[in-house]
Write a protein that binds this ligand. Structure first.
Ligand SMILES: Cc1ncc(COP(=O)(O)O)c(C=O)c1O
Length: 390
């Protein structure tokens, strides 16, 4: 047989998906597994959003929709950007509705990159960023943020990794896996370096509503001078508990949006028609559903942070947003992969090893707390027994 794609062969499968699958298999074999490997709200999609999709299907909205999104959803996204993010330069023609935020990220990279381009990724970073850059024949340059410094971004650090080939910087705040939310000073640092080196910035804002205490989300596209160079990716999965609907979007400078739209028509055509009615209902409807889910995450986060503080050998960085806790295992020399293996086999807790998020995540393990309090209590009980023997 002839050889297959060397490019695709060179890319690893998503560790998060693998760990989730292992957890599911153990559960199917009758094991009492707590699955904290994924990034999936345990809530059902709010009823008014479900109703909107049902109504759309009943009304015959089961044909090919406009490839880039229905006018109703594009308008809802444009007004959401103005209302919530202070971003007022985006027109409907600069928006592309996609099946999931993940495809919005992919298509943004596909529309922007050429072979030889470098993309700076702030590590620890979401597992798919670097593989997506590689699949688009560009080179990921991992900028290691130090746990000791609270995973903070500085102008000095960014400058160290910029080269004449750097085209784009990927930013994710609130962050998966660290739970960090970029401060005003960090936003200023990114803006300064992007403008000085003529970089595009791809900002993944999928966790923007999941904020704790007094953390504030700043949209990079709203910063002076950033409209022409900022690509915004967002989606419905996290804020509205809509992971299975596969719905997200890209809002980009006009020339990039134009190419992304071409790519979409020649690849997946569109997101599913009736999900778009649901998306418009989510953005235009009451937002108390989002606040209620975030309040539940806040309670779970408090519980976990307090409980893990009592377990010697674990050090938890502050969690300012998103729904992950990313403790460092301080009393063992074992790798994060080994630790995650032991947690799964001995503790029946499925997690994601820190190394999946780049070398800067080594020594850490990610636990999702978008799950029931009962599961978190069981997790803490099991950790208290396992961690001292690691
Ligand atoms: C940082 C980040 N970006 C994007 C996504 C993509 O989400 P979706 O494709 O479900 O919209 C995820 C999902 O886990 C994520 O954690």
């Amino acid at each position: 047989m002839k050889s297959l794609s060397q490019l695709v062969e060179s890319v690893p499968a998503s560790v998060t998906a693998t760990m989730m699958q292992k957890g599911r298999e153990l559960a199917a074999a009758g094991k009492d597994v707590v699955n904290l490997a994924g990034g999936e709200p345990d809530f059902n999609t709010p009823q008014h959003i479900v109703d909107a999709a049902f109504e759309a299907i009943q009304a015959g909205d089961t044909h090919y929709p406009p490839s880039f999104g229905t006018p109703e959803l594009l308008a809802a996204i444009v007004s959401k950007l103005k209302r919530e993010n202070n971003v007022d330069h985006i027109t409907p023609s600069q928006v592309l509705v996609t099946p999931g935020g993940k495809w919005a990220l992919y298509i943004a990279l596909a529309a922007t990159l050429n072979p030889g381009d470098e993309v700076m990724i702030l590590d620890p970073s979401w597992v798919s960023y670097a593989p997506m850059v590689e699949l688009n024949r560009a080179t990921p340059v991992r900028v290691p943020l130090r746990g000791e410094d609270g995973f903070t971004v500085s102008e000095q650090l960014l400058r160290r990794y910029v080269s004449p080939s750097t085209k784009l910087l990927m930013v994710n705040s609130p962050n998966n896996p660290t739970g960090r939310v970029l401060t005003r000073a960090e936003i200023d640092a990114i803006v300064a370096v992007a403008q000085e080196h003529d970089l595009y910035v791809l900002t993944d804002e999928i966790y923007e509503h999941i904020l704790f205490d007094d953390a504030t989300h700043h949209s990079l596209a709203a910063e002076p001078g950033m409209a022409e160079r900022t690509l915004i990716v967002n989606g419905f999965s996290k804020a509205y508990a809509m992971t299975g609907w596969r719905l997200g979007w890209l809002a980009a400078p006009a020339p990039i949006a134009k190419l992304a739209r071409t790519y979409q028509t020649q690849s997946i055509t569109s997101a599913a028609s009736f999900t778009m009615a649901a998306g418009a209902a989510a953005l235009n409807g009451p937002q108390d559903v989002v606040h209620r889910m975030t309040a539940a995450y806040a309670e779970r986060r408090r519980f976990l942070l307090d409980a893990l503080e009592e377990i010697p050998g674990l050090e938890c960085p502050p969690v300012e947003g998103a729904f992950y806790i990313f403790p460092r295992f301080t009393a063992t020399k074992k790798s994060s992969l080994e630790i995650a293996g032991i947690l799964l086999e001995e503790g029946l807790i499925a997690t994601t090893p820190g190394i999946a998020f780049g070398q800067a995540g080594e020594g850490h393990v990610r636990f999702s707390f978008a799950t029931h309090m009962r599961d978190l209590e069981r997790t803490v009980e099991r950790l208290a027994k396992i961690v001292p023997n690691l």
